[in-house]
Design a protein around this ligand. Structure first.
Ligand code: PEP
Ligand code: MN
Length: 334
């Protein structure tokens, strides 16, 4: 159920609704927006009678939610969510550039990339310390050492750190050193991880599962939100198809499709979405043109010797040129 408050509802009236929801043993999620506040209800096993809620002071209407996703939907919040990552914003009309190496490999490598990322005017640095690799014999990241390097990069360059957590214990570590928890494709339906991220004070970057429908993806976001963390950015990173010319098929149609159903910001990862250096620019440009709130880009001083994902990684020069183009496109469609 969704309880929509009058646009001039007072704080005390919102609190009254929260108490009424909690008295039923359910959880109340206060979704405040510029035009109005709504209170989402979760935790009920059966439908709740909306009648008594509709007559509470300050309530405009109490609606039964028939869609499988509740808190992520535009019904819960008609205006776009803006996610705050250590004071920098994603969503709401700005263009977020999240760039960095696939994996943090060394102090020197991370600092070289961070310098270019900062110079480009981007605010977010990505780098994996815990890498989910297809083969157990591949480089799996530096672990906590990698996070410590990220913390140094943050200190020196003032960039916000985005890094992947693989399980509940790595969320604890990411919380210690970084600004945003990335949940990767392979873990999009790792429900204990999603719930743990939902109890974090850090925002979450939720990548689309390799074969996930938009509904499954939003339900994964609901796991995070239902625990009380509403700060989620979705990341389209391509899905598996019969196509052989690219590692994945970047689903650009997901951008307008998601906009129609959810208030969450959505960014595009053209690196994992294509798997090829020469495809990253065209698809990232297309993503921005299609209305994405940002892009994720893999960058390395020497992609040919990167310990992971070198084939889809840009050089520092390629990266800087691309960012200029993305800004031009973004300005043109604003
Ligand atoms: C990554 O961002 O480095 C990554 C592993 O991505 P994905 O989860 O999309 O495969
Ligand atoms: Mn990668």
């Amino acid at each position: 159920m969704l309880i929509v408050m009058n646009s001039d509802a007072e704080q005390g009236e919102i609190e009254g609704v929260v108490r009424a929801v909690e008295s039923l043993g359910c959880r109340a999620h206060v979704m405040s927006g510029a035009s109005r506040t709504a209170v989402g209800v979760t935790g009920n096993e059966e439908a709740i009678d909306s009648g008594p809620f509709a007559t509470l002071p300050g309530v405009a209407e109490a609606i039964r939610v028939t869609k499988p996703f509740k808190l992520t939907s535009l019904d819960a919040r008609p205006e776009p969510t803006i996610v705050d990552v250590g004071g920098a914003k994603i969503g709401g009309g700005s263009l977020a550039i999240i760039a960095g190496p696939c994996a943090v490999e060394s102090h020197e490598q991370a600092f070289a990339v961070a310098e270019a990322v900062q110079r480009s005017g981007a605010q977010f640095f990505r780098g994996g310390a815990f890498k989910p690799r297809t083969s157990p014999y591949s480089f799996a990241g530096l672990g906590e050492e990698g996070l410590k390097i990220l913390a140094e990069v943050r200190e020196k360059f003032g960039l916000r750190m985005v890094t992947e957590a693989l399980d509940e214990s790595t969320v604890d570590l990411v919380e210690k050193y970084a600004d945003m928890i990335q949940i990767g494709s392979r873990n999009m339906q790792n429900f204990t991880l999603l719930r743990r991220a939902g109890r974090s004070h850090l925002p979450v970057l939720l990548k689309r599962g390799m074969a996930a429908t938009l509904e499954e993806w939003l339900l994964a976001a609901e796991y995070v939100m239902s625990e009380g963390n509403y700060q989620i950015v979705l990341c389209e990173r391509g899905v598996r198809t019969f196509s052989q010319h690219a590692r994945n098929t970047l689903d650009l149609a997901a951008i307008p499709a998601m906009r129609r159903i959810s208030h969450l910001p959505l960014i595009i990862d053209a690196a994992h979405g294509t798997g090829h250096n020469y495809m990253v620019g065209p698809l990232a440009r297309a993503g921005v043109a299609a209305g994405a709130d940002g892009v994720m880009i893999e960058v390395h001083p020497r992609p040919e010797s990167a310990l992971s994902d070198g084939e889809q990684t840009l050089t520092l020069e390629e990266y800087e040129r691309l960012v200029q183009q993305l800004r031009t496109i973004h300005a043109a469609i604003a």
